[in-house]
Structure formats: C-alpha cells, structure tokens
Write a protein that binds this ligand. Sequence first.
Ligand code: COA
Length: 154
Amino acid sequence: MNAWSVRPARVEDAKAIVGLVSYYADKGLLLPRSLSHIYSHIRDYMVAEVDGRVVGCGALEVVWGGLGEVRSLAVEEGMRGLGIGRALVEHLLEDARRLGLDKVFALTYIEDFFEQFGFRRVPKESLPHKIWRDCIHCPKFPECDEVAMILELT
Ligand SMILES: CC(C)(COP(=O)(O)OP(=O)(O)OC[C@H]1O[C@@H](n2cnc3c(N)ncnc32)[C@H](O)[C@@H]1OP(=O)(O)O)[C@@H](O)C(=O)NCCC(=O)NCCS
C-alpha cells in the first residue's frame, strides 16, 4: 500500500465522503449527511486518500464570527490508527487559522482524541444556540450524550 495524504476535497469525492459518514452514522457515532449536503459543503471538507481512493474525511464548518466546528470526522475502519485522523484535524485547524477563526469546537464521544490538539471540555450550554440547529435531526435528540470540546486558536 502506498502512503496516504490529506488534501482539500473535490466534488468527485462527495460519494466517498457520504459512504464514510454513513458507515459511522449507522453505528451512532456521526450524524448522517446527504449527498446534497456534502456537495453544498464540499469546501468545508478535507479528505485523506491512498492510491486515489478516499479513506478518510473531516469538515470544518464556520458557525459564526470567530467560531468553527469540526464535523464528520471519519477514517475507514481498516485504515484507523495510522495517524490519518490526526492529520485530518491538523489540516482543518490550519484552515481555521487561515480563515481567522478564534475558536473551534467539536461535539464528540472521543474526548481523549481531541485533547491531544488542546481541545478542552466545556459545558454544552456555553456554546451558541445556533449550533443546535442540526440536533433536531439527530436520532438521539434530545438525549445527547456527546461532550462539547473547544480549542482556542488565539
Ligand atoms: C476518530 C478517528 C477519526 C481517528 O482516526 P485515526 O486515523 O484512527 O486516528 P489516528 O491514527 O490519527 O490517531 C491519533 C491518536 O489518537 C488516538 N485515537 C485514535 N482514535 C481514538 C479514539 N477513538 N479515542 C481516543 N483516542 C484515539 C490514537 O491512539 C493516536 O494516539 P497515539 O499517536 O498516541 O497513538 C477514527 O477512529 C474514526 O473514524 N472513528 C469513528 C468515527 C468517529 O468517532 N469520529 C469522531 C466523531 S467526533
């Protein structure tokens, strides 16, 4: 197997991104995303590829002035543990800095993973109400057991 690399997503990656996100959405780990949603947010996404095949993805969505969210982070089951997830997050955070964001948050079950980048757990109530707009579409709503984590970039 050749080395993997991370790059901004292109439109032809959209179906592979849906496949990755759906796989983990079925396990209750991610929110499902439609192909239409991925196309319209394609500029938010980074993908990891090996030999032209997409094996990982993650998105940075600008939520509000100064605030971004890491979303839809997924690495193909057989490719986990190789540093791809970390590289995806690092690329997304680099993009957040380029965009001039002050803070990035994530809603997650894997606190340890996000801590390595400096994210710290915060009360969910401290995040702006706007972020909950997607939650009503979540099968777990309103019994959300994810934790909110935030990283200050400045
Ligand atoms: C979370 C995920 C993206 C990590 O991707 P990955 O490529 O396997 O992670 P990496 O290989 O880059 O791991 C980097 C570090 O994070 C740690 N880590 C990886 N997955 C972890 C997890 N689920 N929980 C805690 N730590 C984790 C690794 O041990 C590694 O640390 P090390 O370098 O000290 O060994 C991947 O496991 C995944 O797709 N999970 C299912 C979907 C999901 O839960 N997404 C996150 C929603 S917010």
